[in-house]
Every structure is written in C-alpha cells, then in structure tokens.
Design a protein around this ligand. Structure first.
Ligand code: GLN
Ligand code: ZN
Length: 762
C-alpha cells in the first residue's frame, strides 16, 4: 500500500541570535571595532546556514528565509523600502550596514528610532518614521541574497516578509509631520509588487507575508487598506504564491474578511485562538492552503500531540490534505534555541520542555500524522509526559491550593482610606517635603558581574561572595547618606535580574542556563519557567534589607518585583489558568511584604515595570487582565499596617489605558518616568485627581549624561504645577543598574541640590 505523503511543513521564523548567542557577541565586538564587517557578515552567514540545516534536518518542507536580522526585522523591512527618516541625512537607496546601525542605535548627532514592544511579546522593534516626502524605493538585497544562499545549499526557501499594512500601522509620523502613515500605502505597494516579482525570479514558490495586525482591533481604514493591498499585490505582475500569516492572538471578527483576500493561503495561530482554526477550516475558499500554527512559538512546553492531532483531523475533515500545512504559531524567535545546552534542569522538567530546535521535530512529527507508518508510540509517550505533569510533585502542591482556596477569600483587599494612612506614615517616617529617593538598583559594575560569575563557577565561596556583596551594599548606603537622600535603598547588588532573582527564591520556578531570547538588537533576556505551584520556602530579600537598614538611621526601602511583572517576564505554565498562577505568586509576595514589615521595614516597593506592556492587544480582553493585575497587587500589599508605606514603580509613559487600575492599586507612592516627556504625563494624574503621592522621574537614566541642577529644577517646578508639594517625591526615572558610578554620583548630587532649593522656595 502506498505511504501517504506527509503534510507540508514550515515555521514562521527561527531564533537568529544563535544557540550560544553568537550574533550578540559578534555585534558587540563589531560595534567596539574588535572585528571587521566581513567577520560580522561571516558569523551571520554561518548562523543562517546552521539554522536552515536544523530545519532541513527535521525534515521541514521549507526553510524560512529573511527571518535573520542584524538588529530588528521591522527596521530591515523599512530599509528594504527606503524608509529612512530624513532627519538622519542618509541615502535611502543604499543603506550601508553602518547606516543601518545608526538608525538602530543613534549616533552622536541623531537619536535612534524609537524602540517599542512588538505586539504581545517581549521583543522590541524600531518604529519606522513616515513623512509626506519620503520616497519609497526598493533595496531587495537583504531578502534576495539569503534566498540565493539557501537555494545554493539545496534548500527550498520560503521567505517571510512583514506585510505593508502591518508595517505602516506600526509606523509613526516623522518629527514635524502630521501624516497618517497608512495614507501612503498606495505609493508603497508598487515596491512590494516589484519585490515579489524579483523573489519569484529567484525561483521561489511561496512567500509568507505577515500581517499580525490582524490580531488587533482594526479600524475601517485598516480593513480597507488590507483589501486594497492584497488586491493590488495579487493582480500585479508575476509573483510567488502568498501565504498570508496572522499570529499573536485571535483574528476572530477579522477572520471573515481575511478569508476573502485574494491570496493563495492563510496561516492561522491555532495556539492563541483554537476557535479561529475551526472557523477558517469551515469557510476556507476552495483550493486555498490553510497553515495550522499548532506548535506554540511563544512558550516552551512540549506540544500536546494528541490534542493537536484532534485539531488537525478536524481541519482535514473539511480541507484536502494537500492543502494543509503544519507550522509554528508564529516565529520561534520568542523561545530559546535548544535544550541540548541545559545541563542543570531537573530531568522531569526537561521532559516537558521544547525550545525552538525541539519544536521543529514536533512540527515534523505532526505532519506525518496521516502516513501509514506514523509513529504511534511517540504520541503515546507524549500523552504519558503530559499526564506526568499533572501528578508530579511540585506541579500540584496541596498546601498552596488550600491556601488559595481558603485564605485568599478571607483577605480584605482594601486598605484604610489613603488620608488616614498618609497621616500615620508621616508621623512614623518624618520625611521632609519633596522627599528624595531612588528606584532601587545602583550600578551593576563589571566588578559585581565578575564576582557573580566567579561565585557561580565555584571560584568564590558562599561566604566570600556574601561578604563582597555586603561590602558593596555598605558602600552604597554610605554614598546615599553622603548625598543626603531621604529614603535609601540597598542597591540590589545581589540580583542578576529583577525577575530571575525572585524565580530563584520561589518554588515552582526553574531557571535555565542558556535559555536566552532576543529582546532587541544584541540584548537578550533569560525568562524563568513557571512549571509548578508557586510558594516561598523562606524569606527572599529580608536579610539584605535588614543588613542595609542596620547601617543607617534613614529608612531603607524593601524592594520587590510585583506579580504581573514576574508573570509577564517568565514562561508561564498553561496547564492551569493564569489567574491561579498569579494568585500563588501574589500570596508568596504577601508573605515577603509582611516579613519585611515585621522586621522593621517601613517602606516597601513592588515594581510593576511590565504592567502596562502586558495589556492585551484586544480591548475585550483588557479588563480581565487589569483586574487580575490589580488583584494580585492588592493581595500582596493589603496586609500591612497603615503606617507602612507601599510604593510601586512603573517606568514608562503611556498610562491612559491603565489609569483607573493605577488608582485602584492604591499604592501610597508611585514613581513614574517623566523626564523625556517633561512632566506631560502628569496631566492625566492631575485631570483625574490622582489622590496618592507621586514621584515623577527627573533624571533620564537611559544615558550617561549628567543633568544640570537647572534642568532638574525646571522639571521640579513643572511637576509642582501639576501636583502639590505635599504629595510630590523626587527621584530618577528608573533604577541605576546600567549606569556607572561617576555619573550616578554627579546626577544624584544635582538631584538633591535642585530639591533643596525647591524646598527653600515652597
Ligand atoms: N527596582 C528595579 C531597579 O531599580 C526597577 C527596575 C525597572 O523598573 N525596570 O532596577
Ligand atoms: Zn523602571
């Protein structure tokens, strides 16, 4: 009997940073002139080849090309079409690699393009700037050269390209322009068409065009733009077949219209929105390809193969098998490269994980589902693994579940009225008006990083490392006393990262050695993995805060990372609802808060740096998220006495959509980022009569530049126009871990000086 041919397979993109972060190291060496451009190109080409080999090795029908980038795929796409802001004074027809890095990183004369969060991921893209004048053009080499490389190596390339509507929707008007970027779509489209023609000429059969904007709430204008863009592209000249891809969420109400677009196939994210794939299968126009994004590319768990099989079979009952493709939900750039390098993960946990390379095999295996020789035993083994998670020690911890179900409902989430708390905190803390403080971290110098690395490798004993950290903490307290700051911090020297540090102190989390994921450019993060029920075996921060407090009579803030930020910056388990994970973490932090309070800490800060960015893309999902976030913050903070002051910190400047939540968090003090927006952010706090205290940042800590006393004074005066002195704090925009000591001391000196003169004039 003939063996049925496997389904077509592909991925949305592969991590480009390299299993050993080769690209990161090469980029950083190139930027500091330690390697040549050729050497950098060489690394890039090796990475591309290795990554294609991995895809081919797994037996995928296509290798994905144009997923490699030296910095960011949105900037790449902008450069392909000549979208180079005029303010840089660069050519837009020949964008050299160094010009490209100038756009990405800025240079001495020009600020870089803005960096912002890419949909609901922890990746950040560079925002293209569009003006009336910009002349679109086509610089196709970035796309064509890798296609040729791949063909030469015997691969079947499927390039991915960001679609025109997503590209323009994510752009912003250039400075001084009022243009709606999408209004320039008609002039951009001929260049897309020309590009498709050139790609076809290379012998490419299929191109994947990504329109992740489909997972957002779309305006009528965006709908029109999608219709006209794909009408144009499908009818102009020769071109490869187009697979139109959507991912990062449900298409839902946009699905009907999407399916009428004149392309040859659709890729649907079946992980974020299983219901979309069923609808798509039902209404798919005849003869079109349906690519099922069934392997989760935003999380690190093994695929539930049997569940996927059911979905694929359901699709196959409506769509001919030769038109079904199997793929990842989106690009694998959001997960670490491979498990091979992890030598210290618990063997059980390891069995439940699949990073990018392992996911290739899952895609491949699922494509062989209908073959006569499909590997039934692997499906059975997978079912055992999935089942083993449910019963594994640590996955389900009775005491944790008990606590959530019995203790949580009894917690009174509302604290006493703010005015009452404020009074009692004033009596207790006796701070001057306009109290000065910092956000928590002080410079993480190379000395500290080296000591940590040495300790990890066994070159420093625990005692030696502790005493080194104590010494740094002591110096930090001394600096702050000398500077005359009012509320001190211990400096966070013991922390490698504000989330990983807590992950290491909590049960239910695993921390990888090499699980790096690109955040932007050469920057990577290593998200912890929440695999089990979360609880706190012992206090995490207490000893450090107590030690720091023992060195000074001024109040030292206890520093914690809030639940939502921990969740947003981790890979989260999906076998129980997110809200339960959130409640478990919130309770663990509540214990930490109460322990800090009991040991005499009068001010406790919970950072929620990721609360705003975690906001779901769809309006109809936002309320539940905000409620859950607020709830977790209140679980952690509501147990303290009136006299204990709760701070929170949020380092960004888009508050409108979450402002009501900020009020509901009811932190006694919130610190925010206001230097670059010159206090404009305080408008909304003023308009909405924000009742509690606020520390608007007066020093932009993102650059080594030292602000003058006058600049800081100006910002303080502006702040005073919005917020009365009784409710105003003075602090930098964010933590100082990326700064060096000299500019830190100089800037804080100016900050204190500016505050003293503002106080004198009150
Ligand atoms: N407390 C943290 C620090 O100071 C806050 C960092 C952040 O908001 N990203 O580094
Ligand atoms: Zn911050």
């Amino acid at each position: 009997m003939a063996v049925m041919k496997s389904l077509t397979t592909h991925i949305g993109g592969y991590p480009r940073i390299g299993a050993q972060r080769e690209l990161k190291w090469a980029l950083e060496k190139y930027w500091s002139s330690k390697i040549t451009r050729d050497e950098l190109e060489q690394t890039a080409s090796e990475l591309r080849q290795r990554h294609w080999q991995e895809q081919q090795g797994a037996g995928l029908s296509f290798v994905t090309t144009n997923d490699f980038s030296f910095y960011d795929q949105v900037l790449d796409t902008a450069c392909v079409f000549g979208i180079v802001p005029e303010r840089f004074g660069l050519s837009n027809t020949a964008v050299s690699l160094d010009d490209y890095f100038s756009l990405a990183r800025g240079n001495k004369d020009h600020a870089a393009l803005a960096l912002t969060k890419w949909f609901n991921t922890n990746y950040h893209y560079l925002v293209p700037e569009i003006s009336e004048k910009i002349d679109f053009t086509l610089n196709p080499d970035h796309i064509l050269i890798p296609i040729r490389e791949a063909i030469e190596l015997g691969h079947n390339p499927k390039p991915v390209l960001i679609g025109p509507v997503t590209l323009l929707s994510l752009s912003r008007p250039a400075r001084g322009s009022q243009i709606n970027p999408l209004s320039r779509l008609p002039e951009l489209l001929p260049h897309y068409a020309k590009l498709l023609q050139e790609i076809k000429a290379e012998g490419v059969e299929w191109i994947q065009i990504d329109e992740p904007i489909l997972s957002c709430d779309l305006s009528p204008e965006q709908h029109k733009a999608l219709a006209s863009a794909y009408d144009y592209l499908s009818n102009t000249g020769t071109r490869p077949n187009i697979l139109l891809a959507s991912y990062y969420g449900k298409i839902a109400n946009n699905l009907n219209r999407t399916l009428t677009l004149p392309v040859e196939g659709f890729h649907i994210d079946a992980v974020s929105a299983p219901e979309d794939i069923c609808t798509a299968a039902r209404y798919l126009p005849e003869g079109k390809v349906l690519s099922i994004g069934i392997v989760d590319a935003q999380n690190i768990w093994i695929n539930d193969l049997n569940q996927s099989r059911a979905t694929i079979e359901q699709v196959a009952s409506r769509v001919p098998k030769e038109l079904i493709w199997i793929g990842t939900s989106c690009s694998l750039q959001h997960v670490p490269h491979q498990l091979d390098s992890e030598n210290h993960l618990d063997a059980n946990i390891l069995n439940w994980l699949a990073f990018a390379k392992e996911k290739l095999n899952e895609v491949s295996l699922l494509s062989r589902l209908f073959n006569d020789d499909h590997e039934e035993s692997r499906f059975a083994h997978n079912a055992t693994l999935i089942e083993s998670r449910k019963t594994a020690a640590g996955s389900y911890v009775d005491s944790v579940r008990q606590r959530v179900s019995t203790e949580l409902p009894k917690i009174t989430l509302k604290r006493t009225a703010f005015e009452t708390r404020q009074k009692s905190q004033r009596e207790q803390l006796k701070l001057p008006l306009l109290p000065t403080t910092t956000i928590g971290s002080f410079p993480q110098t190379s000395e500290i990083r080296q000591a940590r690395a040495k300790f990890r490798k066994g070159g420093l004993s625990h005692a030696q490392y502790q005493s080194f950290l104590q010494q740094k903490t002591k110096e930090c307290i001394e600096h702050q006393e000398k500077l005359g700051l009012d509320v001190l911090v211990h400096g966070e020297f013991e922390r490698n990262d504000m989330v990983e540090y807590f992950a290491e102190g909590l049960e239910g989390f695993a921390v990888t050695e090499f699980g790096w994921v690109q955040s932007y450019g050469s920057r990577c993060t290593k998200p912890p993995i929440i695999w089990g029920d979360v609880h706190r075996p012992k206090a995490i921060t207490l000893d450090w805060i107590r030690y720091a407090q023992s060195l000074t009579n001024k109040p030292v803030k206890g520093m914690l990372t809030g639940t939502t930020t921990i969740l947003q910056w981790s890979f989260i388990r999906t076998d129980i609802p997110r809200i339960e994970v959130s409640q478990q973490i919130a309770l663990a932090l509540r214990d930490e808060v109460l322990d800090l309070e009991a040991s005499g800490t009068k001010i406790i800060q919970l950072d929620e740096a990721a609360l705003r960015e975690g906001l779901p893309l769809r309006k109809d999902e936002q309320a539940a998220y905000l409620e859950e976030s607020c709830h977790s913050f209140l679980i952690s903070t509501s147990g303290v006495e009136d006299s204990t002051q709760i701070h929170t910190h949020m380092c960004y400047s888009q508050f409108d959509a979450i402002f009501d939540t900020i009020i509901d968090l009811d932190a006694d003090v919130i610190s925010i980022e206001t230097t670059r927006n010159r206090m404009a952010l305080l408008d909304v706090f003023q308009q909405k009569n924000y009742p509690n205290e606020i520390g608007p940042g007066v020093w932009d800590i993102h650059s080594p530049r030292v602000p003058s006393v006058e600049e800081i004074s100006d910002l303080i005066q502006r702040a005073l126009q919005h917020i009365p002195a009784e409710r105003l704090w003075i602090n930098p925009d964010c933590g100082l871990k990326t700064r060096a000591w000299p500019e830190t001391i100089a800037s804080l000196k100016h900050l204190v000086q500016a505050t003293l003169s503002a106080r004198a004039n009150l």
